[in-house]
Design a protein around this ligand. Structure first.
Ligand code: G4P
Length: 288
């Protein structure tokens, strides 16, 4: 069953963006470097009317370093777009974000013509962490719980450099089934909105194909050719003592272990999609 995750504050955010966008020079979209395609909002380009875009692949420290360059190339080849990778908590790399904005809007950034930047991203992608790092202080979160919408904030990053944080959240519309699973695995979706066993099985299916060595190293399990995600989940449950009695495996517990360890990067640095794969999912028309 596909994950149904419906926009919460989308209409509010949409309105706020369309009102603000005329005065914006650069739109920063924070993406999760482990799932850049799935964590992007497919409506953003339309909402921001072709304004220069900076794609920030955040949590790059958790993503597969062999795959991030392909995503950076993918975005850098798009018009009026630049992409950088980032670990939102690291101070020096965060300065690169300011430099990238200047490259996208070279005439802005003075007191007379300030740089006006809008930042958006899905829940849990690291927006608060990045803003805190950039401002050097502990700012309040910007409405990260359903039902809470705080006022739009303007943050002064430097003289002549203003950042507007979107109120509410810019929830993406999930347009392919696989994106729903990847978003759930990453922690972007509230746990009540998905079935952990289903998400863990999808995750294992991908890891068997693309990261078998990471699975073997972490779970000390055999991966004979043709092993299925169900068989692997059972094997992991058995190894970790997730047993219900009479040898039955507690698949729910095993699923929680797998998801938790992916999120914590105990399994290693993993990226759940390549630009080609994501394009293929879109083309295959697995639209929800
Ligand atoms: P949000 O405002 O977009 O909702 O996200 P927030 O900054 O709250 O970050 C969500 C989680 O992601 C936090 O972890 C945060 O520490 C972590 N995070 C943000 N950016 C990065 C990054 O670049 N790399 C890594 N490895 N983690 C990042 P948490 O477990 O929810 O909280 P805590 O660890 O801060 O206690």
């Amino acid at each position: 069953m596909a994950i149904q995750w419906f926009p919460g504050h989308m209409h509010l955010t949409k309105k706020a963006i369309s009102e603000r966008i005329k005065e914006i020079d650069v739109v920063i979209e924070l993406l999760d470097a482990r799932l850049p395609g799935s964590s992007a909002n497919p409506m953003l380009a339309e909402l921001t009317g072709g304004k220069p875009a900076l794609k920030v692949l955040n949590k790059q420290d958790l993503a597969d370093p062999a795959r991030t360059p392909a995503w950076l190339d993918h975005y850098n080849s798009q018009p009026a777009t630049r992409a950088i990778e980032l670990d939102a908590s690291a101070t020096t790399p965060a300065r690169r974000l300011i430099d990238a904005c200047h490259a996208l809007a070279p005439t802005r950034g003075s007191m007379v013509k300030p740089m006006r930047v809008l930042i958006c991203g899905i829940p849990n992608v690291g927006k608060s962490t990045l803003i805190n790092t950039l401002t050097g202080k502990r700012a309040a979160k910007t409405g990260d719980e359903a039902g809470i919408t705080k006022l739009e904030q303007r943050i002064v990053l430097a003289d002549g450099f203003y950042l507007w944080d979107t109120p509410g959240m810019l929830w993406p519309r999930i347009i392919v089934a696989k994106s729903g699973y990847n978003l759930a695995a990453s922690g972007a979706i509230g746990r009540n909105a998905f079935n952990e066993e289903e998400v863990a099985l999808e995750l294992l299916d991908y890891l068997i194909q693309h990261y078998p060595a990471a699975l073997q190293a972490r779970y000390k399990v055999e991966l004979p050719p043709g092993i299925t995600d169900e068989q692997l989940l059972e094997a992991i449950g058995r190894k970790r003592g997730a047993v219900l009695g009479k040898g039955r495996i507690n698949l729910q517990k095993a699923a929680e272990i797998v998801i938790h360890e992916f999120r914590a990067s105990t399994l290693g640095r993993i990226t759940l999609e390549t630009p080609q794969e994501f394009a293929g999912w879109l083309a295959a028309g697995q639209l929800l």
